[in-house]
Design a protein around this ligand. Structure first.
Ligand SMILES: Cc1ncc(COP(=O)(O)O)c(C=O)c1O
Length: 392
């Protein structure tokens, strides 16, 4: 066994530079801390890049999902199709509106929501489909756009993993009626906590109203023009806006996104060439026409091929090599809160099948390796050597 290195290599670490610090200092000195000029500029730059009609910077991706669903009038008696192999944010937001999440399986190659399974799950009560670009590999956007249009459904892109990724020339986040982004601390860019809702002007405008208490104008719009108390509440809303302090960080991070993504790609390429052929290790697939965002470098550990489980491998990486890893995800249908949302078994050929077979298999084998711009080539090779030791 290799000597135990003394410094812990975390699964993820943000890259914050002098530019973010200067922008935050500027904000703190400006006298305007809540949603204002920095948030509006951040919304503008992201909206321009994604080619969406409107954008609203909010406190998290979860807030963006909740507001987007409410703005689309989704509520009790409605069904929303979502993968189960995702973070609980989208299903939780669906349940919070009173609608039912309908879990469908993912495809085995890139772990994105399966198109045929999504189509088979559509009923008269279906109002929307949430697609999630797993790890930064975009879904088949054109196919999902067509599916939504054919059935009169709202297409929501949960692009929390895929701020800079594309498929067949279409950028992830550009084709949904609504798109949600996360700037949580471990995402491709961060504002500490934060998110954004983008999409059709009518829906985002409604979400903006709902996300600032239902008040008909923002405090920044009223600042210096009207009394701060001169407003009307036109609908009972929530409070989900992003502060300008967070937006200052996000704005500078967003300008670095192309460089961050290029470094993520270099790391992914190093892993792919150095880990090829290790027994039991299934490396990520990148489909033709895809520019991967590499939020995750996601591998599968096949216990039948290497005699070790994913949990043994991650435990040994931590205990013997001080390397952090993560798992994406605990499937939502298996979480305690979702006991009553179990998917019905379905018929495939003559056989009765559990409909989330791929999800359950992937959830037991998937491991996310460290992959972020702050990693040096030496850090990457440390992970490579450790995996060779653990798996050989
Ligand atoms: C796919 C996906 N959607 C949504 C979220 C929620 O993001 P936030 O923490 O900004 O609400 C996450 C967070 O990890 C995620 O992975």
């Amino acid at each position: 066994m290799n000597a135990r290195p003394d410094a812990f290599l975390p699964w993820n670490r943000p890259s914050i530079g002098d530019e973010e610090i200067a922008e935050v200092t500027d904000t703190l000195r400006s006298g305007w801390l809540t949603h204002g000029p920095k948030a509006i500029q951040f919304e503008y730059e992201v909206r321009e890049a994604l080619g969406q009609e409107d954008s609203f910077a909010v406190s998290s991706c979860t807030a963006a999902l909740h507001l987007g669903l409410l703005a689309a009038d989704i509520g009790p008696e409605d069904q929303v199709i979502t993968p189960s192999l995702t973070f609980c944010a989208a299903p939780n937001a669906i349940v919070q509106t009173g609608a039912d999440p309908v879990f469908v399986d993912v495809d085995p190659d890139v772990c994105n929501i399966d198109l045929a399974a999504a189509e088979a799950a559509i009923t008269n009560d279906t109002k929307a489909i949430v697609v999630m670009h797993y790890g930064g590999h975009p879904c088949d956007l054109i196919a999902f756009r067509k599916l939504a249009d054919d059935h009169g459904l709202i297409l929501i892109e949960d692009a929390a993993h895929a701020l800079q990724a594309s498929r067949a020339g279409h950028r992830a986040g550009s084709l949904g009626d609504l798109t949600t982004l996360s700037f949580y601390a471990n995402k491709v860019i961060t504002s500490g906590e934060g998110g954004m809702l983008l999409g059709r002007a009518r829906l985002v405008e409604r979400a903006r109203l709902l996300g600032r208490h239902g008040i008909d104008s923002s405090v920044w719009q009223r600042h210096g023009r009207r009394s701060t108390a001169d407003y009307e509440v036109t609908v009972p809303g929530l409070k989900y806006v992003m502060s300008d302090i967070a937006a200052a960080v996000g704005l500078q991070q967003f300008r670095k996104l192309p460089a961050f993504t290029a470094r993520r790609r270099e790391i992914a390429e190093m892993y792919t060439s150095e880990l090829a052929g290790l027994p039991g290790l299934v490396l990520p697939t990148v489909l033709d026409g895809v520019e991967h965002g590499w939020f995750l470098y996601s591998v599968l550990i096949d216990p039948d091929a290497c005699g070790r489980t994913r949990d043994t491998v991650s435990d040994r990486l931590l205990s013997d090599h001080m390397i952090g890893t993560s798992c994406h995800f605990r499937p939502v249908h298996a979480l305690a809160a979702y006991d009553r949302h179990q998917p019905r078994s379905c018929l495939r050929g003559a056989q009765k099948m559990h409909p989330l077979q791929v999800t359950d298999r992937v959830a037991g084998q998937q491991l996310s390796l460290p992959c972020y711009p702050a990693m040096t080539d030496g850090d990457v090779m440390r992970v490579v050597r450790a995996l060779h030791t653990v798996l050989s």
